[in-house]
Design a binder for this molecule. Structure first.
Ligand code: NDP
Length: 250
């Protein structure tokens, strides 16, 4: 099979890096995108220099997304796009409506617009037929996410990805492109929780599951590996939970 090209946003760390590794192992060249050049360069070196192409961009900025898409266009048509970049946003600084609005806009930019902008910029470059689009959302979109870490905007931003992706599946299905959303539950050993992570937080998340453990980046990567594969051509327009049983039947 000819070498396939994949693009993984947020591919320099955590879940995204595990996805990039999975796709390299499955024979793809992989473009990894993020804001920190040094982090991307280190990931590219670790995963296989020459097979992994770092592209630095803030995906909330349309001009930087356009530049990234132009750079990817020089590499080749895109077989797989994994929209994985995202972050949990700190709660509003104070109780004012202004602070709430700033926090929500930041969250929507980071978790929704990164996905919308990159996908739209690459739409014309996706392989037809055979392209694979995977969005990484969150179990928070299915069960709510307000708590010590956010004011609910993270859950809302991820849920917005769901509705948008389902419409995209309708639009792109006739062109032979599948679109699916993977909604992970708690995945340990990534940068996302930062200083908000505590052993108590971890234990609570593990207790939520039926399998009694945290998820790993490799759990997510294995599922993406299937969704991205030529074998998954009949699977589209789905929201797929990956959460150790913390959310049932959705
Ligand atoms: P990480 O913080 O390790 O990864 C997030 C990645 O996104 C980083 O590589 C970061 O790179 C990149 N990123 C963030 N903002 C931008 C931006 N504006 N432009 C470009 N890249 C950006 O956390 P995870 O691996 O845990 O998270 C990956 C995805 O999985 C996220 O979408 C997250 O919401 C989701 N998720 C995670 C869960 C978990 O429990 N860990 C559970 C459910 C979903 P840089 O900072 O260099 O830009």
């Amino acid at each position: 099979m000819a070498e396939r090209l994949a693009v993984v946003s947020g591919g320099g760390t955590g879940i995204g890096k595990a996805i990039a590794r999975e796709l390299v192992d499955a024979g793809h060249r992989v473009v990894v995108i993020g804001r920190r050049s040094a982090v991307l360069a280190a990931a590219a070196e670790e995963l296989g220099a020459g097979r992994v192409i770092p592209v630095t961009a803030d995906l909330t900025d349309p001009a930087q997304v356009e530049a990234a898409a132009a750079r990817i266009g020089q590499v080749g048509p895109v077989d797989v796009l994994v929209n994985n970049a995202g972050a949990v946003i700190t709660r509003p600084a104070d109780d004012s409506l202004g602070a709430l609005a700033d926090s929500w806009r930041h969250d929507l930019d980071t978790n929704l617009m990164t996905t919308v902008l990159l996908t739209t910029a690459l739409l014309g470059q996706l392989r037809r037929p055979g392209g694979r689009l995977v969005m990484i959302s969150s179990a928070a979109a299915q069960r709510g996410g307000a708590g010590p870490h956010s004011a609910g905007s993270y859950a809302a931003a991820k849920a917005a990805v769901h509705g948008w992706a389902l419409g995209l599946a309708r639009q792109l299905g006739p062109e032979g492109i599948t679109v699916n959303v993977l909604a992970p539950g708690y995945i340990a050993d990534t940068e996302i929780f930062g200083e908000q992570w505590t052993p108590e937080f971890h234990a609570g998340k593990v207790a939520d599951t039926l399998v009694g453990r945290a998820g790993t980046p490799e759990d997510v990567a294995a599922a993406v590996g299937y969704l991205a594969s030529p074998a998954a051509g009949y699977l589209t327009g789905q929201i797929i939970g990956l959460n150790g049983g913390a959310v049932l039947g959705r």
